[in-house]
Design a protein around this ligand. Sequence first.
Ligand code: CA
Ligand code: CA
Length: 310
Amino acid sequence: MEDLQKNLFGGGECGEEVHESLRLTFHDAIGFSPTKGGGGADGSIIIFNDTELAFHANIGLDKIINKQKPFIARHTLTAGDFVQFAGTLGVSNCPGAPKLKFFLGRPNATAPSPDLLVPEPFDSVTSILSRMGDAGLTPDEVVALLASHSVAASDHIDPTLQGVPFDSTPSTFDTQFFIEVQLRGTLFPGTGGNQGEAESPLKGEMRLQSDHDLARDSRTACAWQSLATNQKKMQSQFADAFLKMGLIGQNQHNMVDCSEVLPTPPSLKPNPHLPAGETMNDIEQACATSPFPSLTAQPGPATSVPPVSS
Ligand code: CA
Ligand code: CA
C-alpha cells in the first residue's frame, strides 16, 4: 500500500492516476453478462489487455495499465484484486470520499471479456440502464456510481484536450458534479461535435452526453437530484454501489474482508454551490416530483476550470 501511495499516487494525491485507476475498476468489472459471458471484476482487462484494449470503450486505458503492471509483478495480489484495490485506495485520497470496503480473493481471469459490454458516453439512457441492469446494477446504483465523475477528467472525448474535468472540483469527492451537470450547457471546452460530448456550463469543463441525459431522464433524474446537495447520501450510496460493482462475477462468500487496511479519507466540509456567474434559472429542472435544492453562486465573475495535470 505504501508502494502504491508513494509510487503510483504521487504521495497520496487525488489526481490523474486516481482518476484513471477508478475508471479501470469499472471497465474491468462491467465486462460481465449472464448471457454474453465475461468474468466481471477478474483482472481480464490486464491479463488479456491485448484483446480488451482494442475495444473502443477502453481507449486510453493502456496508460494506467502500464503504470499498474509493475506493482502487480512485485506484489502478491491477483490482477482482479489489484485493479479493485488500487481504485479503492486511490479514491481514499480524495477529500470527501466515503470509507470504502475492499474484499480480497478474485481468481485470475481465464478469458477476456466480450466486446461491447462497457457503456459508452454516446449510448442512450435506455441502452445504458439495460446494459448495467444486465450486469446486476439498478438505475439508482448507476447514478450513485457516477459520483466517481466528481473526481475525474477526460483525456480522449475531445482529442485536442487532456485532463478536462467533469466538475469544477476534480480533486474533491463532493456533490458539485451532480449540480453542474444539471446546469444548462452553453459551450464546448474545445472543439465541438465530438462523439459522446454535450455542451457544458463552464469553460474548461467537459460534459458527457450520457451524464447530461441521465440527469434529465425521468428514470434517473430524481435519484440524480437527491445527491446534488446531500454529501452523506452520495457517500453511502457510492460506497454500496462501488462495492457491488467490484464484486461482479465474484462470490463474496469466498472472499476476505480486508477493508481495515484502507485509510480513512480526508474529511470535507460540504459546500454545495453554483459556480460563479450561474443562477438557479440556469438549472434545468428534470425531477418531476420535487424542486432542485436552492443554491447560491460563488461570488465574482465566471471563471474557467483548469485542466488536471498528470
Ligand atoms: Ca473483467
Ligand atoms: Ca468534485
